[in-house]
Design a protein around this ligand. Structure first.
Ligand code: NAD
Length: 309
C-alpha cells in the first residue's frame, strides 16, 4: 500500500478530532459559531426556536434537530449561545442535564450574570456533569470569521476539555479562573469599554469646541496617554481613524442595547459585591438614555451624537 501523502495524514488527524457537538442558540453569534464547528469537521446537531435560524444552520453544514434535547443527546460537547441567564438556566435544566452524557463538556458562551453562571455549573456538578462559562469578546463578524476571544470560567479539567472546541471558533481561549470567572472578566471588560467609549466621545467633542481638528486630536491621543481601543481602533467620529461604524452612520458594529445589557450585568455584580463603580454607573445611565431615545439597535459609539446634542 502506498504511504498516505501529508494531506491525507492531516485529514486523518482531523477525523480523529471530529466530535458530535450539540449547539443551542443559532442567532447572530451562535449561527456563525455553529457553522465554524461544522466547517472544522464536527457533527453539529443544532437547535433554535427560530425556523429561519435552523434553515441557515442547515445551509452551513449543521444537522438541525427538533428539540434542545436532540442537540444534547449523545453529544461530546454541548455549546449554548442564548440571550440571557434565564434562557441558559432553563435550557440546561429542562433539556441538557437529564440528557447529556457524563463525559460531555457543557459550554455556555452567552453573556449572562455571574450568579447564574455559578449556579448552572454547580447544578451540573451535582448531576456528575462538567460545565464551563465561556463568554466571548468580538461581535458578529468575529463569530462568522472564527476569530472570537473566549474567557473561560471553570476547573482545569473543564477548561482542558472545552479548549479544543473553543479554539475551532476563535483566535484566543483564556482560562479566567473558577466557575463564573469568565462572566466576571466579560462584564468587567465591557464596563471598561462602555466608560472609555463615553470618555472618548467627550474628549473628541471638547477638542472640537476648543478648535482642534478631530483627526489631529486622534493622531495625538492615539500615541499619548489617553489612548484606548475606543479611541484608536473604534474612533466614534466619521472620517477619523480607521473605518468604523461611525463611517456607516453607526449601523452594524456592537448594538448599544447589548452594551447596556452588559453594563447592567456589571452594575448588578458590583451591587452584589458591595462595590461602588461610579464611572460604570454613569455609563449605564447614559446608555439607558440612549436606548430610551430609540437608538438601542445602532452601534454603541453613536452615543457621541447624544452627548453632542
Ligand atoms: P440573538 O438574539 O441573535 O440570538 C439568540 C438566539 O437564541 C435566537 O436565535 C433565539 O431564537 C435563540 N433562543 C432563545 N431562547 C431559546 C431557547 N430556549 N432554545 C433555543 N434557542 C433559543 O443574540 P446574539 O447576538 O447571537 O447574542 C447571543 C449571546 O451572545 C448574548 O448573550 C449576547 O449578549 C452575547 N454576545 C453578543 C455579541 C454581539 O455582538 N451580538 C457579542 C458578544 C456577546
Amino acid at each position: 500500500m502506498l504511504p498516505l501523502p501529508l494531506a491525507g495524514g492531516e485529514t486523518k488527524e482531523k477525523e480523529q478530532d471530529m466530535a458530535r457537538v450539540g449547539f443551542i442558540g443559532l442567532g447572530n453569534m451562535g449561527g456563525g459559531m455553529a457553522a465554524n464547528l461544522a466547517k472544522k469537521g464536527h457533527d453539529v446537531r443544532a437547535f433554535d426556536l427560530s425556523a429561519a435560524a435552523l434553515d441557515k444552520a442547515k445551509a452551513a453544514g449543521c444537522l438541525p434537530v427538533a428539540r434542545a434535547t436532540g442537540a444534547a443527546d449523545g453529544a461530546e460537547a454541548v455549546v449554548t449561545m442564548l440571550p440571557a441567564g434565564t434562557h441558559v438556566e432553563q435550557v440546561y435544566t429542562d433539556s441538557v442535564f437529564g440528557i447529556a452524557r457524563p463525559s460531555a463538556i457543557l459550554i455556555d458562551c452567552s453573556t449572562i450574570d455571574v450568579a447564574t453562571a455559578k449556579r448552572v455549573a454547580e447544578a451540573a456538578r451535582a448531576k456528575g456533569l462538567t460545565a464551563v462559562d465561556a463568554p466571548v469578546s468580538g461581535g458578529i463578524g468575529a463569530a462568522a470569521a472564527g476569530t472570537l476571544t473566549f474567557m473561560v470560567g471553570g476547573g482545569d479539567d473543564g477548561f482542558d476539555r472545552a479548549q479544543p472546541y473553543l479554539a475551532d471558533m476563535g483566535k484566543a481561549v483564556i482560562h479566567a479562573g473558577i466557575s463564573g470567572a469568565g462572566q466576571a472578566a466579560k462584564i468587567c471588560n465591557n464596563m471598561l469599554l462602555g466608560a472609555t467609549m463615553v470618555a472618548t466621545c467627550e474628549a473628541f467633542l471638547l477638542a472640537q469646541k476648543l478648535g482642534l481638528d478631530p483627526q489631529k486630536f486622534y493622531d495625538i491621543a492615539s500615541v499619548s496617554s489617553g489612548q484606548s481601543w475606543s479611541m484608536t481602533t473604534y474612533a466614534p467620529l466619521p472620517g477619523v481613524g480607521p473605518d468604523t461604524p461611525a463611517d456607516h452612520d453607526y449601523q452594524g458594529g456592537f448594538a448599544a442595547a447589548l452594551m447596556l445589557k452588559d453594563l447592567r450585568l456589571a452594575m448588578a455584580a458590583a451591587t452584589d459585591a458591595g462595590f461602588a463603580a461610579p464611572l460604570g454607573e454613569r455609563a449605564t445611565e447614559l446608555y439607558e438614555a440612549f436606548a430610551a431615545a430609540g437608538k438601542g439597535a445602532t452601534d454603541f459609539s453613536g452615543i457621541i451624537r447624544m452627548l453632542e446634542a
